[in-house]
Design a protein around this ligand. Structure first.
Ligand code: ADP
Ligand code: MG
Length: 703
């Protein structure tokens, strides 16, 4: 039997069952079924001693005695912790719920059988909410055998594909096709890493003989999954570096030098200089640059972008910056023409609201090469916009752009048949945790600005409940009296949601009452306004004509008003961490002490609480991103959709990051020695890799 055969080849799988497996779980072939991994195991065949416990996802059964019980106070309520010992060691049993009556029912120094999943903390196991009975009770019952538990759906179980049926099907599959399972790793590699073989790994992931073999099987399969992703990403990078030509910006010319020496308004930070060097090395190399520039809000990415563009111009190329919103594009435009005031460089702005006549002018000057820098929104992607020779495209805040859009950008300067795409620099203020960056952007080069310009004061962040709003308003008045300005932001998660919109308008009204004109002037900006109205309001605030800006998250990205020093976030518990961090970054841009006030109701989920607390505790974007990743998982972090990290069957990029590191290193070693996997000893790798490449959709020109 061939593993690519449909599952109907397996004994016990009728056409009807096969259809169910497909519609419910996407399983078509024997191979698919082989890779439907159990998500947990019931193991009551065996007793473990505390010193035998392994770090895997199985549940274990232990006999021992409770030697002590204590209640530990925590932020909310308390937890019950029992010390549990056998002859070989000690562990803890933990309860978060029903603490009171469990405490009363626990018997100290009476032999118990406990059963459950382990958590590991600092290398010490604990078992939350164990199933437990006294040994006496246990002996009076019949015990079940060890079994895998498979993912299921309601329909599967009502149509008779119970866990037991699933188990039998998979058992049959192993009986019929065990010998068809091919090893994907070369022998030397297996030996080097002490892996379990592929067959054994698959067998033990479904029907583990014991905990140790299960742990080994899990390790091998997780490693394999992560390894092949890394292999893909790294090879893609290699191909780009070796095969994909890039324009060469070899000389640092007049424009760059003149600007750098005469018009740069400040000294670059060490980090900015370093990043600029990295970029220069890339664009001078003859290879195509595809670089991600990470830098926290306010770290000064814009000037790096500008200097990079000057480099392009010095070498006869055009440059473009694309921003996700009109506000942001306009701001880049204003900032850049101010910086370039004393030079001859021509800069234009193209957005959805650019007038037809202006648009035509821009199209022409792009084509005849007289326009050097085009700044804009998605409007730049329109087909009509063609450059004479676009050398570099800079994308600001890239999480708003999809892959397809980036591909359009790629084609901008190859319209006349030249095969060389513009260099790409993607700038993001959302720091990506290292682990994730490796698995999502493993094929990009990454530069990090990890230093803020000097003289910035740390933003003071506090969390206040709604009932303190008057106090907050008082504080705002004091700050305004000192000449400062403030933002008040409302969550409009979906700009169309009527409820949120009403909240915003109610808020605007109450603030208008509290801060009456003519003493106070208030701006309002939200997504339902016309771009021109938005700009007008932003402009008034930027010029200092208004003191308060009531807004939705449209101001989240990039807006720069240095005199604004207070950020009030309403219903802060409803925002995600990265959004909160972005919003906070709107203040702290000037010389004054800045503040961020997070207002929330008393009703907070535990995640909500963690988010607010994280914001109060740190301004470090990378720390915030780590917490975010832990809270939300990789699925919600930008870029992950395209990367394949979500389709992982067994590994978890967050929890398995130690394995990821080893796998990446192994992939690097192999590619260094054998970049095309053409050596005989790597033939099994090549075969598995080719198969994967065909089936996964993660290959695209621009990441
Ligand atoms: P972001 O990385 O968030 O895009 P910006 O490029 O908007 O940050 O820079 C934030 C502010 O810091 C701007 O007002 C900019 O002029 C200023 N800035 C950038 N680099 C420096 C520097 N090296 N020294 C002083 N100020 C700087
Ligand atoms: Mg910016």
């Amino acid at each position: 039997m061939n593993l690519n055969h449909p599952v109907t080849y397996i004994k016990g799988i009728s056409v009807a069952r096969a259809e169910l497996l497909f519609t419910e779980l996407g399983i078509k072939t024997c191979n698919d079924l082989l890779h439907l991994f159990p998500f947990r195991y019931i193991d009551k065949t065996q007793f473990y001693t505390i010193n035998q416990l392994q770090q895997n996802s199985a549940e274990v059964q232990i006999v021992g005695k409770i030697t002590g019980v204590k209640t530990v106070k925590q932020k909310r309520g308390s937890r019950l912790v029992a010390t549990f010992s056998d002859a070989t060691g000690t562990m803890e049993l933990v309860w978060f719920k029903g603490v009171k009556w469990i405490k009363d029912s626990l018997k100290v120094n009476v032999p118990y059988v406990i059963y459950g999943k382990l958590n590991w903390y600092n290398g010490i196991p604990n078992m939350p909410h164990p199933e437990m009975e006294t040994v006496k009770e246990y002996k009076s019952k019949l015990q079940m055998a060890m079994q895998p538990v498979y993912p299921s759906t309601e329909k599967l179980s009502t149509k008779g594909i119970s866990n037991k049926v699933m188990r039998t099907m998979i058992q049959n599959l192993f009986q019929q096709a065990y010998n068809e399972i091919e090893e994907t790793f070369p022998a030397y590699f297996i030996e080097e890493h002490q892996f379990l073989g592929k067959k054994e790994s698959l067998l033990n992931i479904h029907f583990p003989k014991n905990q140790e073999l299960l742990a080994k099987a899990q390790y091998r399969l997780k490693f394999e999954e992560l390894f092949f992703i890394q292999l893909q990403l790294l090879q893609k990078k290699l191909i780009r570096k070796s095969k994909l030509k890039g324009f060469v910006f070899e000389q640092v010319g007049e424009e760059f030098t003149d600007f750098y020496n005469n018009h740069l308004p400040f000294d670059l930070t060490g980090a900015q200089k370093r990043v600029l060097k990295e970029i220069r090395k890339d664009v001078g190399s003859g290879a195509h640059m595809n670089r991600l520039l990470q830098g926290d809000v306010g770290s000064g990415k814009t000037i790096v972008a500008l200097l990079t563009m000057l480099l392009a111009i010095d070498n006869g190329y055009q440059a473009t910056i694309m921003a996700p919103t009109e506000i942001l594009a306009t701001q880049h435009y204003n900032g850049i023409i101010e910086l370039l005031e004393k030079t001859d460089i021509k800069v234009e702005l193209l957005t959805g609201s650019t007038k037809t006549k202006k648009r035509r002018e821009i199209h022409e000057s792009l084509l005849d090469g007289s326009l050097h820098i085009l700044i804009g929104t998605h409007a730049i992607l329109e087909e009509k916009v063609q450059f004479e020779n676009l050398g570099i495209a800079i994308i600001d805040e890239q999480h708003r752009f999809g892959v397809a859009q980036r591909r359009k950008l790629w084609e901008k300067s190859s319209s006349d048949g030249r095969a060389i795409p513009p260099h790409i620099l993607v700038m993001t203020a959302t720091p990506i945790p290292r682990t994730l960056a490796m698995s999502v952007y493993g094929d990009l080069d990454i530069s990090v600005i990890d230093e803020l310009p000097p003289g910035r004061k740390e933003i003071k962040t506090v969390h206040r409940y709604d009932s303190n709003r008057l106090g907050v308003f008082k504080f705002l008045k004091d700050e305004i009296a000192k000449g400062r300005q403030a933002y008040v932001v409302y969550p409009l998660i979906q700009e169309s949601e009527a409820m949120d919109y009403k909240d915003l308008m109610d808020g605007y009204e109450s603030i208008s009452r509290e801060f009456p004109s003519p003493k106070y002037q208030i701006s309002i900006v939200h997504g339902q306004m016309k771009p021109a109205d938005k700009d007008y309001e932003m402009e008034r605030f930027a010029k200092g004509d208004t003191q308060i800006m009531v807004a939705t998250t449209v101001i989240e990205v990039g807006v720069n008003v240095p005199n604004a020093s207070v950020m009030v976030i309403e219903s802060a518990e409803r925002f995600g961490l990265s959004q909160l961090h972005q919003l906070r970054g709107r203040v702290g841009r000037g010389a004054e002490q800045s503040y961020c006030i997070l207002l929330s109701s008393y009703k907070l989920s535990s995640d909500g609480k963690t988010r607010l607390q994280t914001m109060v505790e740190t301004t470090d974007g990378f720390k915030i991103a780590e917490v975010d990743l832990k809270l939300r998982g990789p699925g919600n972090i930008m870029g992950t959709q395209q990367s394949g990290v979500l389709n992982l069957k067994i590994a978890d990029v967050v929890k398995d990051s130690p394995i990821l590191h080893v796998a990446r290193k192994a992939a690097i070693n192999i590619l260094q020695e054998d970049p095309n996997l053409s050596e005989i000893k790597n033939s099994s790798l090549l075969k598995a890799y080719e198969k994967l490449r065909k089936t996964s959709g993660i290959w695209s020109n621009i990441s």
